[in-house]
Design a protein around this ligand. Structure first.
Ligand code: PMP
Length: 380
């Protein structure tokens, strides 16, 4: 049987213990039994989000939680800053436009991390900005945003700071409360090692003020309904019961290690992969100061078909890495995730297969150099 190792930044590998819970018989959601599970899940998420704010569980992929943020915080005609440094930053702008809000776009070159300066400038000159939308781990480019510095700027304005942590949560540090983040959105199929199907959103008091005033159309993602239901440990609609039960198992795994150690593990894997790329003569897409701990984007060498590379690794060797997204990066990069339950041996396997296929495709380098460099990092 061919292995199927997912080294993609979502969906990620599901640990056997979590998978076992997913296989259990379903229970009904309007029961004291499920209430206990839901309460534990919300408390567990607060630990992962590093917040005392309210956290709601939605039944959707991560984009649903992003949409919930936009249509609950803002009203048509409202102005918001959207930072675009990749595919997912662009999604904030698209969502704002879909609901008739005005997006002040801060464009960042792909591979760079946004600086607080341009955001500060717009906030100073446009006092009516209601929200600043950024991306913690920009999965399309392998860039982490320095959220703390942005939080310092936004906290002094009347705007709320909204962070897309769909792939960053439980993969790279995000101190929601310490860093003055008002709203964090995320999803289940990345750092939390679950199937897709859950969206999460945390809401600060400042953000709740905007939610109470919002006149944008909404129904399924109405956070006032979510808040009302949460008051009696309930959800407004049928939740993804099985995935919420499994969520408690994955949070238990992270808690057993402690969040800090869990995140340090991802940094270690990221360092190993970066060292391997360098030893193979490959370039990273992201600038040194912007490198993500959640995912590394490696440039495919000149003359090599990146789409064929990803396809061969997957179809012939059972190793799934992500390719590039969008016109700019299609066929030009491979992306390797460091999140979830992946370990050093998964990284070494991925690097070995990357080396093998690159060699077969004619790239000139010393076979084994990448594996050796990663081993050195992992042995140190
Ligand atoms: N934001 C980021 C940073 C992501 O990585 C993703 C998923 N790749 C999304 C948003 C969208 O999430 P979903 O596909 O779960 O809707």
């Amino acid at each position: 049987m061919k292995r199927n190792l997912l080294l993609t930044p979502g969906p990620t590998q599901i640990p056997p213990k979590v998978g076992a819970v997913l296989g259990e018989p379903i229970i009904h959601h309007r029961t004291p039994q499920f209430q206990t599970i839901l309460k534990e899940a919300v408390e567990g998420l607060k630990y992962i989000f590093q917040t005392q704010n309210d956290v709601y569980i939605l039944t959707s992929s991560g984009t649903g939680a992003m949409e919930a943020a936009v249509c609950n915080l803002l009203s048509p005609g409202d102005k918001a800053i959207c930072v675009e440094g990749g595919k997912f930053g662009e999604r904030w702008t698209e969502l704002c436009k879909a609901y008739g809000m005005k997006a002040e776009v801060v464009k960042v070159r792909w591979g760079q991390s946004v600086q607080p300066g341009p955001i500060q400038k717009i906030l100073d000159t446009h006092k009516d900005i209601k929200a600043v939308f950024i991306t913690l781990a920009e999965t399309s480019t392998g860039v982490d945003t320095r959220v703390k510095a942005i939080g310092e700027v936004v906290k002094n304005s009347s705007a709320v700071l909204v962070v897309d942590a769909v792939s960053g949560l439980a993969a790279t540090d995000l101190q929601t409360d310490n860093w003055n983040v008002d709203v964090v959105v995320s999803g289940s199929q990345k750092g939390l090692m679950l199937p897709p199907g859950l969206g999460f959103i945390s809401v600060s008091k400042k953000a709740q003020g905007l939610i109470d005033q919002s006149t944008a159309p909404k129904y399924y993602f109405d956070l006032k309904k979510a808040k009302k239901a949460a008051a009696s440990t309930d959800t407004p609609f049928t939740p993804a019961i099985g995935i919420i039960c499994a969520l408690n198992e994955s949070i238990k795994m992270i808690k057993a290690d402690g969040l800090e150690r869990w995140l340090a593990h991802d940094i270690r894997l990221a360092k190993g992969v970066r060292a391997a790329a360098k030893a193979m003569g490959l370039k990273l897409l992201a600038e040194e100061s912007a490198l993500s701990n959640a995912v590394t984007a490696i440039r495919v060498p000149e003359g090599i078909d990146g789409e064929k590379l990803v396809k061969t690794m997957r179809d012939t060797h059972g190793i799934t890495m992500a390719g590039g997204q969008g016109e700019e990066l299609k066929g030009k990069i491979v992306r390797i995730a460091h999140m979830g339950c992946l370990d050093e041996y998964d990284m070494l396997t991925g690097i070995a297969v990357l080396e093998k296929v690159l060699k077969e495709m004619g790239y000139k380098f010393e076979l084994g150099a990448g594996v050796a460099a990663a081993q050195k990092v992992f042995n140190s």
